[in-house]
Design a protein around this ligand. Structure first.
Ligand code: CTP
Ligand code: MG
Length: 231
């Protein structure tokens, strides 16, 4: 298979609350998204990649990519208002020979190579769509305002990480269908959701706590500590 990655990195990072765009925040002296690119590349499974950045920060991101001297060639393109828009933008310019696409959050700096390889290999083995998952630690309640209406059986729930892997044709068809349906309801917060809405089957492989997403300030404390260990 020929595998390429799309890395959405165009978010503001409202929950992190920093001035700088989240993807460009320094962790161990290196921009967050550069850690993510390194972690993906270390898998040895990627032929190329697209980073989707905030329009005003694409120049800075391209400079950071050059400075990092990565093994994989990464292009930087401007993203959109939602994660779904940004990934859609990244999908547009993939080379014609790419048949497997990984979509990975720039905000997940330390995904282990084993997770990346499990995802790519499961698509290579014939799955249309693959997501890495971990068990849910806390009990989850469904609420209506301040009132609990249901408690789903936690043993059947999973937290979903990235990279998510797709047969390219399946992901492109799911994005085309989402655009054509005039986007009713919420934009999808992950890519597998669009495949599910299009009627496709999504399978799970084991994720890893190290594939956590930097979302709030506490996550940045953890990321800094891990960056010191990583060297
Ligand atoms: N993302 C994107 N384009 C957007 C919104 C999000 O490329 N319009 C990316 C983010 O840069 C991030 C990934 O999608 O790498 C996961 O999103 P999230 O963790 O929610 O990041 P933000 O949207 O930046 O954070 P917040 O929701 O707190 O504002
Ligand atoms: Mg967001």
């Amino acid at each position: 298979v020929t595998c390429a990655a799309v890395v959405p990195a165009a978010g503001r990072g409202e929950r992190l609350g920093t001035r700088e765009a989240k993807a460009l925040c320094l962790v161990g002296g290196v921009p967050l998204f550069v850690h993510a690119l390194r972690s993906l590349g270390a898998s040895g499974r990627l032929s190329a990649g697209m980073v989707v950045g905030p329009p005003q920060r694409c120049e800075a991101m391209a400079a950071a990519v050059r400075a990092a001297r990565l093994d994989v060639g990464w292009d930087v393109v401007p993203g959109g208002a939602t994660r779904q828009d940004s990934v859609g933008r990244g999908l547009r310019d993939l080379a014609s020979d790419v048949d497997v696409v990984l979509v990975h959050d720039a905000a997940r700096p330390f995904v282990p190579v084993e997770v990346v390889r499990r995802v790519v290999d499961a698509v290579g083995a014939g799955a249309d769509a693959v997501v890495p998952v971990v068990p849910v630690a806390d009990t989850v309640k469904q609420v209506d305002g301040a009132v609990v209406v249901a408690t789903p059986d936690r043993s059947r729930l999973r937290q979903v990480q990235t990279p998510q892997g797709f047969r390219r044709s399946v992901l492109e068809a799911a994005y085309t269908a989402a655009a054509a349906s005039g986007a009713p309801g919420q934009p999808a917060s992950d890519d597998a959701t669009l495949v599910e809405r299009a009627g496709g089957q999504v399978v799970v492989v084991p994720g890893d706590p190290l594939a956590f997403k930097v979302t709030g300030p506490l996550d940045l404390v953890l990321a800094e500590a891990l960056a010191r260990q990583h060297g």
